[in-house]
Design a protein around this ligand. Structure first.
Ligand SMILES: [Zn+2]
Ligand SMILES: [Zn+2]
Length: 353
């Protein structure tokens, strides 16, 4: 049996390289992809720490692009050797939740998230993709792999944060935390026509990128009270929408406080610990404030990927400035470590295969 190198979780808090059998002979609807570029995600770090429970020898990674290596007999729209992008979320498009329109919740809650959750992920020389006809998106010729790999999660999730926020054309929006997802939420808010975008962040290179991707103001929460400043900037009203991009009690709470009545709080963060998330009662209008809290998991599937790739292809957005580091696959453990500490100005590392 042919083997390949993979980077895996060895129980909670432990990672390692290991040799694994190469996925082969995909089912009639599936595919095997030869990895070319991947990225480490903060979600991988949450998972390593046990955010979704214990895993043994599970290959990490859910963000990758590659070339089609093997195809099931029923997959007709791509061919061997095509460059393709695959979302972090690979729904089946057959189950009840998919048919209801909630493809990221395929089969069960969060079930569209299969890579490095319920099956081996993308930190390997090859990986398997279920329901390939619906999940493989050919990469346009003028879009490099290094840009395309941002469609897998960062662009899809960040833009989702902006889309679900129902920002009125010309409306006001606050984006809490400017990590890679938050920066893409900022970019998404601009693409969707927000009239004023307020980013909340304290790390210098992230503050700069927030302005680059469309923020009009950046609030450093270490210098001023972010909620007070947002209320001030909106003439005492609060924002039409707040986007939570960290996954913490503090930012979630601030989103509710900073949003005006009738506004929307759009959550993209992965709340990695604790049993409960608390809602500030009074700022929530004691439950009667017409404030909508929306949540979602990275939209997946071919059509979504094609839409995101089109935005890159036609110059609407270039996600490349998010790349702060590049590592060969043999050093993915170093990238992983940096992702955990966010040292050295880490925003996003690209892994080269
Ligand atoms: Zn991710
Ligand atoms: Zn499904």
């Amino acid at each position: 049996m042919k083997t390949m190198k993979a980077f895996v979780m060895k129980g909670i808090g432990k990672v390692a390289f290991m040799e694994k059998p190469r996925p082969q002979s995909p089912g009639p609807n599936d595919a095997v992809i030869k990895t070319t570029r991947a990225m480490v995600c903060t979600s991988d770090v949450h998972t390593m720490k046990g955010g979704v429970g214990d895993r043994q020898d599970l290959t990490f990674g859910h963000e990758a692009v590659g070339v089609v290596y093997e195809l099931g007999s029923e997959v007709k729209s791509v061919k061997i050797g095509d460059r393709v992008a695959i979302s972090a979320i690979t729904p089946c498009y057959k189950c009840e939740n998919c048919l209801r329109g909630y493809t990221s919740q395929c089969t069960q809650m969060l079930g569209g998230w299969k890579f490095a959750n319920i099956k081996d992920g993308t930190f390997a020389e090859y990986f398997h993709v279920n329901d390939a006809e619906a999940n493989l998106a050919p990469i346009p010729q003028n879009v490099p792999d290094e840009a395309a790999v941002y469609t897998c999660d960062m662009m899809s999730t960040g833009f989702m944060g902006a889309e679900r926020a129902d920002i009125p054309l010309g409306g006001t929006v606050a984006v809490f935390a400017q990590g890679p997802v938050g920066l893409m939420a900022t970019a998404g808010a601009r693409l969707l026509g927000a009239g004023m975008i307020i980013a909340v962040e304290s790390v210098p290179n992230r503050k700069e990128l927030a302005l680059h991707f469309g923020a009009d103001k950046v609030i450093d929460f270490t210098q001023v009270d972010a909620v007070e400043e947002i209320v001030r900037l909106t003439n005492g009203q609060g924002v039409d929408a707040a986007i939570e991009c960290l996954g913490s009690q503090v930012t979630f709470e601030a989103c509710i406080k900073a949003t005006r009545p009738g506004g929307t709080i759009s959550v993209t963060g992965y709340f990695g610990d604790g049993q409960y998330v608390n809602i500030p009662r009074v700022a929530w209008g004691v439950g009667l404030g017409d404030k909508t809290i929306r949540t979602g998991l990275c939209p997946g599937g071919k059509v979504r990927m094609q839409q995101l790739l089109r935005l890159i292809e036609n110059g609407r957005i270039d996600p490349s400035p998010l790349t702060t580091h590049t590592f060969p696959f043999a050093e993915v453990d170093k990238a992983f470590k940096l992702m955990e500490t966010k040292a050295d100005g880490m925003i996003k590392p690209i892994i080269m295969f």
